[in-house]
Design a protein around this ligand. Structure first.
Ligand SMILES: Nc1nc2c([nH]c(=O)n2[C@H]2C[C@H](O)[C@@H](COP(=O)(O)OP(=O)(O)OP(=O)(O)O)O2)c(=O)[nH]1
Length: 130
């Protein structure tokens, strides 16, 4: 049976812009855009996973705010359950450990990027909320 993986993503807002992260060539779903985050480990809350992943991937501290949406997407390699949370950046700087680049875009610009398929419903929801 296909693996079912629970993933969290942070929708980080700063000055009405949203942090968008491009996956690197060496990651799965190469060069697609996503919300930074990753897999929830056993016995970890979604919020704790998000704080840990942002520290690992971008060396920054965040405060996790309201949940946006949970959606399920079936890729050929796994089924991904993606839960997104609005988050606030506490650190002054970001250092990319894994991603190719980041962009700060307003909600109405999000459609300009090529998003990982699992992210499309969250992107739509953010655009509706804006
Ligand atoms: N972090 C993140 N992953 C996403 C998003 N959308 C989406 O389809 N994914 C997929 C890509 C991966 O298959 C999976 C998460 O894997 P990951 O590689 O980011 O997580 P991780 O750091 O915990 O994984 P690992 O490389 O340590 O095994 O979910 C998203 O918005 N954010």
């Amino acid at each position: 049976m296909k693996k079912y993986i629970k993933v969290v993503g942070a929708i980080i807002l700063k000055n009405d812009k949203i942090l968008c992260a491009q996956r690197s060539e060496s990651m799965s779903l190469p060069l697609l855009w996503e919300f930074p985050g990753g897999k929830i480990e056993l016995d970890e809350s979604p919020e704790d996973a998000l704080v840990r992943e942002l520290k690992e991937e971008m060396n920054c501290d965040i405060e996790v705010l309201d949940k946006v949406v949970t959606t399920v997407h079936e890729y050929d390699f796994a089924t991904i359950e993606l839960t997104t949370f609005y988050s606030r950046l506490i650190s002054d700087s970001i250092n990319l450990a894994e991603h190719k680049q980041i962009k700060w875009l307003s909600a109405h610009e999000l459609h300009l990027l090529e998003w990982a398929p699992a992210d499309i419903p969250a992107v739509k929801k953010i655009m509706e909320n804006a």
